[in-house]
Write a protein that binds this ligand. Structure first.
Ligand code: MG
Ligand code: MG
Length: 259
């Protein structure tokens, strides 16, 4: 069952989403070699609570962190840890969820720690571009498959791989609602996109194989072949006026940070 939101609901989701965007911006500015992912988690939690939000991930099915922090070959769901210390040349997916006034905003960026090789930069740029293409496919009367096809087209044209076993999702009063939002597929297929639908679109891509490996901790998900992975996400509403990105800080364009 796909829950559609009122205009008022969308404004509430955008208020939660603005805190998410500010938090991601803060983490991207702050992250540097020598910091641990637990340091970033604590910075994020303080910022989210000071802004009047609640970190959605904390306690979700027992998840201990306020953010997911997934370095290098880890695709998503990394548990913040004082044993994971950033070094120059790392990339790090940071994923933030905030609940405020009963609604959730969910967004992620992959950030480069210092200088990274051009191929790595291209991986990040491609993932971000695929998210932008997916957002632009979010029109009333379109189909859910248009979103996955948009991501897959950008990613595979650039020579990278789309992870198949992890998907985006509806989002609203709960972090995970119907439908699943695949990052691959056929345009013109699947449920019709209707005004008031709100989707967390989150391409996860690799510079190698698309298969995944789940760590013994039950959370951390890695590429199966130790290739680097990137992950970008926005919460997006389908409206009669076109796509509305709900996870933006004031004044941001569709994608938060140029690479
Ligand atoms: Mg997320
Ligand atoms: Mg999500």
């Amino acid at each position: 069952m796909i829950h559609r939101k009122s205009a008022r609901d969308l404004d509430r989701m955008a208020a939660a989403g603005a805190i998410v965007a500010e938090t991601l911006g803060l983490l991207a500015e702050t992250a540097r070699p020598g910091m641990s992912t637990l340091d970033l988690d604590q910075i994020a939690e303080r910022h989210i609570r000071a802004a009047g939000g609640v970190p959605t991930f904390k306690g979700y099915r027992g998840f201990p962190g306020s953010i997911c922090a997934s370095p290098n070959t880890m695709i998503v769901h990394g548990i913040p840890s004082d044993e994971i210390v950033l070094v120059e040349g790392d990339i790090l997916s940071v994923d933030v969820g905030v609940t405020r006034q009963g609604f959730v905003g969910d967004s992620a960026v992959t950030i480069a720690i210092g200088e990274v090789p051009e191929r790595t930069r291209e991986l990040l740029r491609t993932c971000q571009a695929s998210l932008q293409a997916a957002v632009e496919a979010c029109h009333v009367g379109g189909r859910l498959g248009d979103i996955g096809a948009a991501v897959q087209g950008v990613v595979e044209t650039a020579g990278f791989a789309v992870v198949r076993d992890l998907v985006g999702h509806g989002v609203g009063r709960s972090m995970h609602e119907d439908p699943q939002v695949k990052n691959y597929g056929e345009a013109g297929t699947g449920p019709e996109l209707k005004a008031g639908m709100t989707l967390a679109i989150e391409p996860m891509i690799t510079d190698g194989a698309y298969e995944i490996h789940i760590d013994d901790d039950g959370w951390s998900i890695f590429t199966v072949d130790d290739s680097l992975a990137a992950h970008f996400e926005h919460t997006v509403a389908i409206t009669e006026e076109g796509p509305r990105v709900l996870t933006l800080a004031h004044g941001d364009s569709i994608v938060n940070r140029p690479i």
